[in-house]
Design a protein around this ligand. Sequence first.
Ligand code: NAD
Length: 499
Amino acid sequence: MQELTHYINGAHVKGTSGRFADVMNPATGEVQAKCPLANAEEMAQAVAHAAAAQPAWAATNPQRRARVLMKLVDLLNRDMDKLAEALSREHGKTLPDAAGDVQRGLEVVEYCIGAPQLLKGEYTDSAGPGIDMYSMRQALGVTAGITPFNFPAMIPMWMFAPAIACGNAFILKPSERDPSVPLMLAELAEEAGLPKGILQVVNGDKEAVDAILYNDVIQSVGFVGSTPIAEYIYGTGCAQGKRVQCFGGAKNHMIIMPDADMAQAADALVGAGYGAAGERCMAISVAVPVGDETADKLIEELVPRIEKLKVGPYTAGNDVDYGPVVTAAAKANIERLVQTGIDQGADLVVDGRDFKLQGYEEGYFVGPHLFDKATKDMDIYKHEIFGPVLTCVRAQSYEEALGLAMDHEYGNGTAIFTRDGDAARDFANRINIGMVGVNVPIPVPLAYHTFGGWKKSVFGDLNQHGPDAFKFYTRTKTVTARWPSGIKEGGEFSIPVME
Ligand code: NAD
């Protein structure tokens, strides 16, 4: 049995707490590795190395820091297939999807190569008589991030790339479900020239998270994961005086207007609803067709597409549409929520409950499900299912559809499918959700824009990546400077005194 490690001060270090988590192969249900779960002492060791290494890194000019990231981009491309394979093996997503996970993280590393430009300060000449004023962005010091299982490459890179570009040291506490890729990323960063101690990986669970939250040296905490944990980390971290940003769960609605191209909308929904087995925070989990005629047409287009979906392990080739969900517990939770949908009266139009894959009976595969005529009081509508389950809630008007999305507690992403520019514009303006797609089902902003939801999908003020990341990972210092007048007309021979 493979025993994974931490990555501390440039070396793979065995866990010493005696506690481990099983890393499963979701396709077979077998334990494939043991992940060490750090205690506070192990975390403190990593923090001490980070604190020792960080001042010299912050004093390294930003262009040199950016060169390390340039090299890291090359290495990520060199090892793309290896990273994608390791990612699929632990997460279960298909290989092309795993490569996409690495790619969307790599793009943020590319963006952070612009650090010298992004970190430039502000200057006011002659703010007063003989007075100049300037502001500079300085690194925070030791920073930390806690990441979810569903994007084990992308989300760590969204955090550590801007953190280290700004001159911080960063401690990553990845998900204990799929820790191998984060460990590989730390190794690659060091191969790219990053000094030891600047990017470390400390594996663990709540104990390691609490060790981060209560460590006085750590200045900031980034978190991505489910909303209850986001709330806990935000509350605890802020109370400890840290800068904290937490990104939580989602229930993303797609509004389908009567004038939408129904085939295009159905194609988009199938990819956005079932891709990665629905385990994406930007997955569409609720379809809201406007009018019964639209709904009937949409269901008619959707059903054959869903029935054709190919579910299988990533090893079965690139035509697999999605793989298993991450754990037996995740599968059981999906099955439980599907049952509530049936019990509470929604129509289960596509029933994936009996799905079995020969040779993989112990894997965590879940067949695709489609509910129609769900209502907003049902559990399948209120809760994040995080599985291959699409729920259709029919609305009788555009205003009703808009109201549904606005009233939901989550506000990560949403989309409208229509040919009507006026409706699309009204939707984009009025909706209280952070990321909006117009005929685009998964509107994940690119690296140079920022990523973040509203409402219970976020806790904190600044978004991920883009210019916000450079604000989150730096503190502003403003200097007001006046220099006494110097010698301009010949030498002065008596000792100067201030008047
Ligand atoms: P999770 O909340 O279970 O775990 C996230 C991290 O928190 C992991 O590192 C885990 O070890 C740690 N953790 C778990 N329990 C903890 C506890 N009690 N105390 C302290 N730390 C704890 O989330 P997950 O299942 O890994 O990821 C799926 C969730 O993440 C979904 O809700 C999804 O919507 C969300 N997500 C959100 C975004 C976003 O940007 N908003 C992106 C990806 C995923």
